[in-house]
Design a binder for this molecule. Structure first.
Ligand SMILES: C[S@@+](CC[C@H](N)C(=O)[O-])C[C@H]1O[C@@H](n2cnc3c(N)ncnc32)[C@H](O)[C@@H]1O
Length: 324
């Protein structure tokens, strides 16, 4: 198995299209623009830019006279990102380049702001990529990483979806997930809970003014599903329920299960404990899906995530000291 994924493949690309639609609330981005001290005309580098999400999300805070450089290893995504940017990059320049996060094609001290989102969590050597981000940022410039702590998030979601689980099942589920996450990291697919370690990485790289915020979105989905986000959640739940029956959905599930098993075993889990857990998990998930189906059909679907564990971490590259 290769330890790098192709994010232009349909089942992955849909994540960076769909999940991005409601990832950060507009008022949060507004607040962050002040917290980050963004200014028009900045030179910005976005590492692992995908379709350029961070570019269009923050454009109105830096784009007038600004320059956005999106870098990614996927030429297919970049092609699409470049086309999309024609719509959002008015008043400044957005350009895209194929390259490697471990070896950024920019000179030292190039940018005012270097950023990434859900990149470090997928890398075998996140510190190395972060060091490159620091290198290309000018002294006094800003580094921002938006990354999740997914292992913790999973425990919250688990208790927030309105279904009661036994404590035994919850503990077992969490233990399995920890083993899976250890295996994922060991196989070079990155740290699923990297967010909480990034402030330390920034500190070790000499950054100053390190600070961190957590996405404050904590939605409760409920009828009559009036906001765009609520409508989207209803659509997502309905689609997921239907997808279970079609081949596309089944293929995604099979792929997910195969990878889950590989990571779990690599993390030190045994085959017998995997099958024992899966038997239980399949039953629990079947019950959940039945309940979900009933609630969607009766127009009474309610769900909660219990809050996000998606962080925005910032640090500043120290100014050069001028000798007297
Ligand atoms: C989860 S996607 C995030 C995309 C975008 N930042 C966003 O939030 O929508 C991760 C991206 O990082 C890119 N990537 C992964 N490893 C990389 C590497 N070593 N160098 C450059 N890009 C990389 C992938 O191609 C993919 O587009």
């Amino acid at each position: 198995m290769q330890n790098s994924k192709d994010w232009s493949e349909n089942h992955l690309k849909k994540l960076i299209v769909e999940q991005r639609k409601h990832l950060w609330r507009d008022d949060t981005i507004e607040m962050y623009s002040k917290w980050l001290n963004l200014m028009q005309g900045m030179t910005v580098v976005d590492v692992g830019c995908g379709l350029g999400y961070l570019g269009w999300t923050y454009w109105k805070y830096f784009g007038q006279g600004g320059r956005y450089f999106g870098l990614d290893q996927s030429s297919k995504l970049l092609e699409e990102a470049s086309k999309l940017s024609e719509d959002w990059s008015r008043g400044g320049i957005a350009s895209f380049q194929e390259g490697d996060a471990y070896q950024l094609p920019y000179p030292d001290n190039f940018s005012d702001w270097t950023m990434c989102q859900t990149l470090l969590m997928h890398l075998e050597f996140p510190e190395k990529a972060l060091a490159e981000m620091v290198r290309v940022t000018r002294p006094g410039g800003l580094i921002m990483c938006n990354e999740p702590d997914n292992v913790s998030a999973s425990l919250k979601t688990f208790f927030a979806n309105g279904i009661s689980y036994s404590d035994d099942y919850a503990v077992q589920h969490h233990r399995i997930l920890l083993t899976w996450a250890r295996g994922r990291k060991k196989l070079g697919f990155g740290d699923y809970s990297i967010a909480v370690k990034i402030p330390w990485m920034m500190h070790n790289l000499g950054l100053v003014e390190i600070d961190s915020r957590c996405n404050d979105s904590c939605n409760f989905i409920q009828p009559p599903y009036e906001t765009p986000f609520q409508k989207y959640q209803l659509e997502l739940a309905t689609r997921n329920m239907r997808k279970k029956q079609d081949t596309g959905g089944t293929e995604d599930r099979k792929r997910g299960k195969k990878e889950f098993k590989e990571f779990y075993l690599a993390g030190g889990g045994s085959l017998s404990s995997y099958y024992r857990f899966m038997k239980k998990a399949d039953r629990v998930s079947e019950e959940y899906e039945q309940a979900l189906k009933g609630s969607i059909e009766s127009g009474e679907m309610r769900r909660s995530w219990g809050g996000s564990s998606f962080f925005c971490i910032k640090g500043r590259k120290a100014e050069l000291k001028v000798e007297e």
